[in-house]
Design a protein around this ligand. Structure first.
Ligand code: NAG
Length: 219
C-alpha cells in the first residue's frame, strides 16, 4: 500500500512538473517556425524541413549597442524565436543589455517562462532578485566584468549600472519566448488602467499619487 502511494505520488510529482511553464522538449532535430502559417499551436508551426536554410538559425549585429538615452537608461536586444525562427521548440534565447552610465536601469521585471543567466562584459552592475511569499528575500550582488549571475524563473529581478561608464551584459534565457512583465508598467500602465481605488489600497497611496503614477506609465 505504501509502495502504491509512493508510486502515485511520484507520478503526480512528475505530471505537475510538466504542467509548469517550461518549454517542451523538441521531438525532431529542429522545427523552424513558419511565420506564414495560420495554424495555432503551443509554440509555432514547423516549416517544411526541405526549405530550411542556415539563415533560419542566424541573427547578425549583437555587437551593436542599443540606444540607452531614454529613461530608465537601458536597452534590451532580445534574440528570441521572433528573430531566429530556428529557435522554435529549442527552449533558449539570448539577450544583449546595454546600460547608460551612472544609473542606467533595467527595472524590476519577471520572465514568466525563463530562468536567466547573465554575464557582464563591461562595467559594474548592482543586480538582484526577490523570492516569492512568504519570505520576499532579496538576493543581490555587485557584478564586475566577467561575473555571472542567475535569475530564477518567474522571480522579480533588476540590473542597475552603478559605474560611471556604459555597461553591457549578455544573458541566456531558458525559453524561445521568455515573456516580460515589467512590474511598474504592468501595475500602473496597463491598458485599460486598473481602477485607482484598487491601486491606492494595494500600494497604500492616495488616489492623486496613483493617478500621477498612471500618467507616467501610460503611453
Ligand atoms: C534600443 O536601441 C535601438 C537601437 O539603437 C533603438 O532602435 C530602440 O529604439 C531602442 N529602444 C529603446 C526602448 O530605447
Amino acid at each position: 500500500m505504501a509502495t502504491l502511494a509512493l508510486v502515485l505520488f511520484t507520478f503526480l510529482a512528475l505530471v505537475s512538473t510538466q504542467a509548469f511553464a517550461s518549454d517542451p522538449s523538441p521531438l525532431q532535430d529542429f522545427c523552424v517556425a513558419d511565420p506564414m502559417s495560420e495554424v495555432l499551436v503551443n509554440g509555432l508551426v514547423c516549416k517544411n524541413p526541405k526549405d530550411i536554410k542556415p539563415e533560419d538559425f542566424f541573427f547578425p549585429g549583437l555587437d551593436k549597442a542599443g540606444d540607452t538615452s531614454k529613461n530608465p537608461g537601458s536597452n534590451v536586444t532580445l534574440v528570441n524565436v521572433e528573430k531566429i525562427a530556428g529557435l522554435n521548440t529549442l527552449g533558449i534565447s539570448l539577450a544583449r543589455i546595454d546600460f547608460a552610465p551612472n544609473g542606467g536601469l533595467n527595472p524590476p521585471h519577471t520572465h514568466p517562462r525563463a530562468t536567466e543567466i547573465l554575464t557582464v562584459m563591461e562595467g559594474t552592475l548592482y543586480v538582484g532578485f526577490v523570492t516569492s511569499a512568504p519570505d520576499f528575500k532579496l538576493f543581490s550582488k555587485v557584478l564586475n566584468k566577467g561575473d555571472v549571475f542567475v535569475f530564477p524563473k518567474g522571480l522579480i529581478h533588476f540590473q542597475f549600472n552603478i559605474g560611471a561608464v556604459p555597461a553591457v551584459a549578455f544573458a541566456g534565457l531558458s525559453s524561445q519566448n521568455p515573456g516580460l512583465v515589467t512590474v511598474a508598467k504592468a501595475v500602473f500602465g496597463s491598458n485599460p488602467p486598473i481602477s485607482d481605488d484598487v491601486l491606492a489600497k494595494a500600494f497604500q497611496l492616495d488616489k492623486k499619487t496613483v493617478d500621477w503614477l498612471q500618467a507616467q506609465f501610460s503611453n
